[in-house]
Design a protein around this ligand. Structure first.
Ligand SMILES: Nc1nc2c(c(=O)[nH]1)N[C@H]1C(S)=C(S)[C@@H](COP(=O)(O)OP(=O)(O)OC[C@H]3O[C@@H](n4cnc5c(=O)[nH]c(N)nc54)[C@H](O)[C@@H]3O)O[C@H]1N2
Ligand SMILES: Nc1nc2c(c(=O)[nH]1)N[C@H]1C(S)=C(S)[C@@H](COP(=O)(O)OP(=O)(O)OC[C@H]3O[C@@H](n4cnc5c(=O)[nH]c(N)nc54)[C@H](O)[C@@H]3O)O[C@H]1N2
Ligand code: SF4
Ligand SMILES: [Mo]
Length: 707
């Protein structure tokens, strides 16, 4: 045996755990947590071991596929050479763009893009030739409100305040379940241990969620809240702070403006006003406000549950205003900005909003991307700028975006579709060409995105565990190869191609911990390679106002768009309808959006794609445990099996997303045996966060009846 131990970061979720992978030749012997990793300290979750399953999965594509149509209208897949696949893709895209304009080329990039640094560094090589207005990504079914608020308040889409849990005294968490998700916009491996440490030192975690989640069960306090009503709860907290003179921006006062206007705007939003909407009684809301303001270092944080709902941007804005108004921004134990080794803030474009709008529904762009809820209509609505060709990279929007059935159908009308993806799945089955990249263990890795969101500043580079198989291409190489071909076809200059590690080395050597900046760390790629477990660069430090990217280096809290929205909210606030139920999602530790149901060890056991329902709601509808029910929304209906739960708020039902693996033509053998249903078949592409256009996939009104 010639066993070898490789240091490797887990690319599957935002916790970016350090792994030790033991191999013998091409065989993986074990996958364990790396105790020397300064951030994850040995932590892993059950998904890490599935990296082996991904690598070895016979369903994972190793060669490009082309769909060939038979005379009888049916089609089948044939393996083609890389040369042919790349040439055909480039030709088709150029042909269509030339004929009808670049906006006819649609682009959708999914979540794994940000877990794969080569996709981040090299997508430009292709897309710079197609500056299409029709760009979309998973951002607009996810964290778009965070970026928009960061742009408005701090001047840059990537200036995201990170909860400093290890030093905090009071943590108010809304709409997040880090015990299942392992943290989001908050790289916090081993969050359970960190929550327990917080409680041991006398601190408190308060969770606000329509479900008593795994995190809520660990919390010091949990309160149910009606889906979509968080803005009123947050407004009531803020109103209490103003009314009781608990505002103290402290060290921020010198460069924070506009709090007086905010005070005036929130004056009517009292805890009593919120109570019938949220279901949280006014006295509790007041107590939480007082505790938050006086408990020492405090954090208010909210994630998916408060971003992907009707008031997503308002919620994220209120969360930051609460942190600012209590002096908890940029303070140890509060929420701080990171200083990553490869620092994109200051070197990347800050983002922009509403500089153009979608053609059909006039939805605003953010950072040159349109809300993905508009993708289907941009494909199906005739006229100039109608999407005729689609490039999908690392995305499965048929299962992951609202009203996925509509998109599923829309994709059949495209002239050309190409997917950069290792699987033939619910989305890629519509492609004309599928370009499968190397497996995660066959390329190197640097967390360009997640060091930015981490609770400590660290840096780490991992080498590939296995050499790339003969002829295989990495994601970044596929982008570069396509870009080069398109350049030739268009008669444009090809860009020089530097490998991602060279780009990172550049970033490290000009970054805040470089010798050129006078840092003793003197970071470079060579230096990171000497310490494959990663280098600790210390806890987060206060950096304001210097790090602000606003033109006046101030934080102006009186965001005009938000103040207008508050006015509207006051006038339009309706009480929840008693007959309807509200649908929310949920994540499971052994899942990862739509693409990790093909590995036996992650899907075995009790079926997970069930509709959670409170016994009270079941009784009212004559539904018993295990019944098959029809869940109906404005867009469609689906059937699901009911699981009774006292942990879900009455009036709310929950279905996980990412299932529905029974569509014909997909090649996911294990997932098909645990198919479940896609909750996005009944989410609504018309239900959006009013300010940003983010999809409001939580709080969908539904009816439930025995099927
Ligand atoms: N109802 C509801 N809908 C949701 C959510 C929800 O909570 N509820 N969550 C939303 C969120 S937060 C997100 S981020 C989105 C995710 O939505 P998407 O990003 O569109 O979809 P994923 O399910 O993550 O699919 C990822 C795809 O990338 C492929 N892939 C994996 N690794 C790689 C790689 O290294 N390279 C390439 N080229 N491809 C790769 C997989 O095979 C899969 O096809 O879903 C959103 N949709
Ligand atoms: N195991 C696993 N880990 C993952 C993923 C995965 O699919 N599986 N996906 C990854 C991705 S892409 C992301 S973005 C993150 C997401 O990370 P999180 O946001 O931490 O994860 P969720 O489980 O979606 O948590 C959202 C919570 O919001 C609650 N909620 C729903 N509606 C409302 C509401 O109106 N108000 C309030 N207050 N709460 C509400 C839900 O009950 C749920 O508990 O997880 C990442 N990590
Ligand atoms: S928590 Fe996330 S990063 Fe860590 S092992 Fe699990 S999937 Fe990988
Ligand atoms: Mo996400």
């Amino acid at each position: 045996m010639s066993t070898q131990t490789h240091h490797r970061a887990c690319p599957l979720c935002e916790a970016i755990c350090g792994l030790l992978i033991e191999t013998d030749g091409s065989e993986i012997l074990s996958i364990k947590g790396d105790p020397e990793d300064p951030l994850s300290r040995g932590h892993i979750c059950p998904k890490a071991v599935a990296l082996r399953d991904i690598h070895e999965d016979p369903d994972r594509l190793r060669q490009p596929l082309q769909r060939v149509h038979a005379a009888n209208g049916s089609s089948e897949w044939r393996e083609i050479s890389w040369q042919e696949a790349l040439d055909t893709t480039a030709q088709r895209l150029v042909e269509i763009a030339r004929r009808d304009g670049v906006d006819t080329i649609g682009i959708y990039l999914g979540n794994p893009t940000v877990h794969n640094y080569g996709m981040m560094t090299h997508q430009r090589n292709l897309f710079r030739h197609f500056r299409s207005k029709n760009r979309f990504s998973a951002t607009s079914v996810d964290q778009l409100p965070h970026h928009l608020v960061a742009l408005w308040l701090f001047g840059h889409k990537s200036l995201l305040p990170i909860p400093d849990i290890d030093r905090c005294d009071y943590f108010l968490m809304l709409g997040a379940n880090p015990l299942a998700s392992n943290g989001s916009i908050w790289t916090v491996p081993d969050v359970r241990k960190r929550i327990k440490a917080l409680q041991r030192r006398g601190g408190k975690l308060v969770v606000i969620d329509p479900r008593r989640t795994e995190t809520a069960q660990l919390a010091s306090e949990h309160h149910f809240i009606n889906p979509g009503s968080d803005a009123l709860f947050l407004l009531a907290l803020l109103q209490t702070l103003f009314a009781e003179d608990l505002i103290s921006p402290a060290h921020l006062a010198e460069f924070v403006t506009g709090l007086d206007e905010v005070a005036a705007a929130v004056a009517g939003f009292t805890p009593e006003f919120a109570q019938p909407h949220t279901g949280i009684d006014a006295a509790t809301t007041r107590r939480i406000a007082r505790e938050f303001a006086t408990a020492g270092a405090g954090i208010c944080y909210g994630r998916m549950g408060v971003s992907t709902q009707r008031h997503g941007t308002l919620c994220q804005w209120l969360i930051q205003i609460l942190n600012i108004a209590t002096g908890n921004l940029d303070r140890p134990g509060g929420s701080l900005f990171t200083l990553p080794a490869v620092d994109l803030v200051g070197h990347s474009n800050p983002g922009g909003f509403a500089r153009h709008h979608s053609r059909v529904r006039q939805l605003p762009e953010f950072d040159r991307e349109l809300p993905v809820a508009a993708l289907a209509e941009e494909i199906t609505t005739p006229g100039q700028g109608q999407i005729r060709a689609l490039f999908v990279g690392a995305g499965n929007p048929v299962l992951s975006t609202p009203n996925g059935r509509q998109l599923d159908e829309a994709l059949t009308g495209l002239e050309f579709m190409v997917c950069l993806d290792p699987y033939l799945n619910e989305t890629t089955r519509h492609a004309d060409i599928i370009l499968p990249p190397t497996s995660p263990l066959e390329h190197d890795h640097y967390d360009l995105a997640f060091h930015i969101n981490a609770i400590r500043n660290t840096a780490r580079h991992s080498e590939a565990v296995f050499p790339r198989p003969e002829g295989a291409l990495h994601d970044w190489e596929i982008f570069a190869e396509l870009g080069a071909r398109v350049a030739v076809l268009l008669g444009e200059e090809a860009e020089p191609v530097l490998a991602p590690d060279v780009i990172i080395d550049h970033g490290l050597q000009s970054g805040p911990y470089s010798a050129s900046q006078g840092s003793v760390q003197a970071l470079s790629l060579a230096r990171l390679r000497e310490q494959p477990s990663g280098i600790d660069l210390g806890p987060l430090q206060p950096q304001l106002p210097a790090r602000l990217q606003t033109t006046d280096r101030r934080i102006n809290c009186a965001t005009p768009q938000v103040l207008d929205e508050l006015q509207r909210l006051r006038e339009s606030c309706a009480l929840p309808d008693d007959d309807r139920l509200q649908l929310i999602g949920r994540r499971h530790l052994r899942s990862n959006n739509s693409w990790m149901h093909n590995y036996h060890r992650l899907v075995k056991g009790k079926p997970r794609c069930t509709l959670l329902m409170h016994p009270q709601d079941m009784q009212a509808r004559n539904i018993s445990e295990g019944t098959t029910v029809t869940v109906r929304s404005r867009t469609a209906a689906l059937t699901a099996t009911v699981e009774a739960s006292n942990d879900i708020m009455p009036g709310v039902v929950s279905l996980p997303h990412g299932f529905g693996h029974d569509r014909p033509g997909a090649r996911l053998h294990t997932a098909a045996r645990h198919a479940g249903v896609s909750c996005n078949d009944i989410t609504d592409e018309q239900q959006l966060d009013l300010l940003s256009g983010n999809a409001a996939i939580n709080g969908v009104p539904v009816t439930v009846a025995t099927a």
